[in-house]
Design a protein around this ligand. Structure first.
Ligand code: MOS
Length: 758
């Protein structure tokens, strides 16, 4: 695979290597559980062995007798604190240790604290619970699930979007399809395990935990513990994979904090990979029915998308990806409907492009089927259904470069060499197929604060309570400051991942680069203004150049006529050694309380389909080649090309890396990834990295990322569209499309397996 970062084109920043790259590869970028903590005690969770019912007795004697055991926090011991909540900050309202009810398999029933990890683990295994057991409902087809419309039931899904008269248009359509698709349960397996380390110094609580939302967690943890948020500090400097799994706070954090208070010393709880399957969030299985009606010329007249999603008994978690699918093409009429299916499961949660990954999988598969019905090239079919305005509200797109993406991807891929007839391309024993799909992700931003300090020797420090979850946000925030203040990136340091820093929103929804860079930009501009005024003012080194256009370059203030004053001379004139500015950015359309909410850890999202003026999305086109062995049916993906347009690209290296990672994950979704559920016990079966299949290097041969230039001033001051989640949308559908092209077999349920093609 060619590893070179793409050369920047128009509106793209340099491929600066991550400023924390050396720390990462030398193991110095410690994850929260790696940070040295004196006198730490070890916590190990004990979890339920049933999925539904209640605890009738908890027998802790044998566990307590293990030498080294300090304490056991169990059911009833959390009465003094408030229950966790479900929402954007809290993962679930299921409140283990608050009551005896069991809502899912593997629910926390106790936390053992001991002098050593081994003692805690041994004791946790010796805890015995007696249960009043009931028959659980595992998933869609289980008896006892409760189905309800998502609209009105979930704060995450307001309404079933529609446009025109779908029923009439679909009935009248000359060509139509009506198909069902499904995506499986998928679990987060970040390399860094989930962990909480907590300790108290008087009233002050410090928590080291991998988090995508330190400010939100500070507030939510303080609420649960009934203490002042000012007394809570969440520290999460480096994270080993997040993708949404470390976004909402789970019930564990407060339990560990309570344990630390009881034993009077720091407690560290690292969750085993096996336990993480139940005690963390995951991507729930989905089902879809898609109906598309079109004229013979290929113009779509009717689009219907119904979705069903599994969630827990208590929480209305829903992704409702119809907001993106219903705005994808020029449909004429639209009908959508999303339903919740409550089962005896832990509450699902965000996983990279939560709504788009499953819903666009269904849409793009259906688009491919329709192209086949019409006898049309699938790229051409997208082209002729390219909308002028989005179909639901009739708003313009802030920018939309989808067709450019298809054009550039098709050229690089050699799409013109694709022979249309199914099964017609072959290379020896291998059946060859080529497929395509569209990627889409909403472009949002949220209020964000940042502090920037420039010293007279040209050093810059950027601080913002955002999170380096592997995206390179530290680096791009540093690049923004380096560029605006005219210094080399080597002189910039960036601090993130601590709730004592200026607050930033949750690092989710691909909003971080846009939000943080917009705040950094604002702080830098305030510094520039002061420096410029001093430089051209009375006694300044550029006195008399008041009308000149000023810039900062190479640690100097320069005029458009070529005059220049060194930074140190400007600082001398001001008789100061450093300038520091604190800036608060609020996206257009923010409510009057938006900044207050930022400090309270409740950052408002703006953009996507929510704005008055336009809808804002980033797009991409993904083309793949599959090869299927004609004897063994082994499926290979030797080639994948993705072209993406996402406004200003801050750094072509980190952008490419994000998009590439997304596509690789997409191949995993297409061919490998699924959590199997034991239907009788509502229990996850393949809960470790040995049985949970993900792609490895040998699975991905040639992968190309094309960055398509795009300028969009409407999205945010930085002009950035997030792309952290864009890459893995559409990939699985493109693979399914290629598998059909190679074999004539349409696989509508992920993952696509050898046995599906026999
Ligand atoms: Mo992402 S799933 O919005 O952390």
């Amino acid at each position: 695979m060619n590893q070179a970062a793409p050369a920047p084109k128009e509106n793209m920043g340099n491929p600066v290597p991550r400023i924390d790259a050396r720390l990462k590869v030398t193991g110095q970028a410690g994850y929260p559980a790696d940070l040295a903590t004196a006198n730490v005690a070890y916590g190990v969770l004990a979890t339920s062995t049933i999925a539904k019912g209640s605890i009738s007795a908890l027998r802790l004697e044998r566990a307590r007798a293990v030498p080294g055991v300090l304490d056991i926090v169990s059911v009833g011991d959390m009465d003094e604190v408030d229950k966790p909540e479900f929402g954007n900050t809290g993962a679930s309202s299921i409140a283990p240790l608050h009551d005896k009810t069991i809502f899912h398999d593997g629910q926390i029933i106790a936390l053992v604290v001991a002098e050593t990890f081994e003692a805690a683990a041994e004791a946790a295994m010796l805890i015995r619970a007696d249960y009043a057991q009931e028959t659980p409902s595992a998933s869609f087809d289980s008896r006892g699930t409760r189905i309800e419309p998502a609209a009105g039931k979930s704060p995450m899904y307001k309404e079933n979007l529609k446009a025109g008269d779908f029923d009439a248009a679909y009935a009248a359509a000359a060509v139509k399809i009506d198909q069902k698709y499904s995506t499986p349960t998928q679990h987060h397996n970040p390399i860094e395990l989930f962990s909480t380390t907590a300790w108290w110094q008087g009233d002050q609580l410090t928590v080291h935990e991998p988090s995508q939302n330190v400010t939100g967690w500070k507030t939510e943890l303080a609420r649960q513990l009934k203490i002042d948020p000012a007394n809570v500090r969440i520290v999460s400097p480096y994270i080993g994979g997040a993708f949404g799994s470390k976004g909402p706070m789970t019930a564990r954090t407060a339990i560990v904090a309570v344990a630390a208070r009881r034993v009077g010393r720091p407690v560290r709880c690292v969750v085993s990979r096996l336990q993480a399957y139940d005690t963390q969030t995951y991507r729930a299985e989905t089902r879809h029915r898609i109906r598309i009606g079109a004229n013979r010329d290929g113009r779509i007249t009717a689009f219907g998308h119904e979705g069903w999603e599994v969630t827990s008994r208590l929480d209305p978690y829903v992704v409702g990806g119809t907001s993106a699918t219903s705005r994808m093409y020029n449909y004429g009429s639209v009908l959508t409907r999303v339903s919740l299916v409550h089962a005896d499961r832990n509450t699902p949660g965000y996983m990279r492009s939560p709504p788009e990954t499953p819903y666009v999988y269904a849409l793009e598969n259906a688009m491919d089927e329709m192209a086949v019905e019409l006898g049309m090239d699938p790229v051409e079919f997208r082209r002729i259904n390219e909308p002028e305005k989005e179909p639901i509200g009739g708003k313009p797109f802030s920018s939309r470069s989808l067709i450019k993406c298809y054009d550039q991807a098709a050229e690089a891929f050699g799409w013109s060499k694709r022979e249309a007839a199914v099964g017609s391309m072959r290379d020896g024993d291998w059946l060859v197929g080529m497929g395509c799909a569209t990627a889409i992700y909403p472009t949002a931003a949220a209020p964000c604060a940042a502090r920037v300090r420039l010293t007279d020797d040209g050093h810059v420090r950027v601080q913002s309570g955002s999170h380096e979850i592997g995206t390179g946000v530290r680096t791009v925030a540093g690049q923004m400051a380096a560029e605006r203040l005219g210094v080399d990136i080597d002189k910039v340091s960036v601090e993130m991942g601590d709730s004592t820093l200026p607050p930033a929103p949750v690092s989710g929804g691909s909003i971080s680069t846009a939000s943080v860079c917009s705040a950094v930009l604002k702080a830098c501009d305030a510094i520039r203004e002061k420096l410029f005024a001093a430089a051209v003012g009375e006694g300044g080194p550029l006195a008399g150049s008041g009308k000149a256009k000023l810039e900062m370059e190479k640690e100097a203030v320069v005029t458009d006529s070529g005059k220049s004053a060194r930074l140190s001379d400007v600082f001398n004139a001001m008789q100061i050694g450093a300038l520091e500015e604190y800036a608060e950015f609020a996206p257009k359309g923010s409510s009057p309380e938006a900044l207050k909410k930022l400090y309270a850890g409740q950052a408002e999202f703006h953009g996507g389909d929510q704005d008055e003026d336009s809808v804002k999305y980033a797009y991409g086109a993904e083309l793949v080649e599959v090869r299927i062995n004609s004897y063994t049916r082994e499926i290979r993906v030797p080639r994948i090309v993705g072209a993406f347009a996402a406004g200003r690209i801050m750094n072509t290296r980190t952008a490419r890396s994000q998009l590439m990672g997304g596509m690789i994950w997409g191949i995993g979704q297409a061919l490998h990834e699924a959590t199997e559920i034991d239907q009788r016990h509502a229990r996850y079966v393949n809960r470790d990295l040995q049985d949970y299949l993900v792609p490895v290097n040998a699975d991905i041969k040639q992968l190309e990322v094309i960055l398509v230039p795009e300028v969009d001033h409407a999205v945010n001051p930085a002009g950035v569209k997030g792309l952290g989640e864009l890459g893995n949308v559409g990939t699985a559908a493109a693979v399914a499309s290629a598998v059909y092209h190679a074999t004539g077999r349409r696989i509508r349920d992920l993952p696509i397996r050898i046995e599906d093609l026999i």
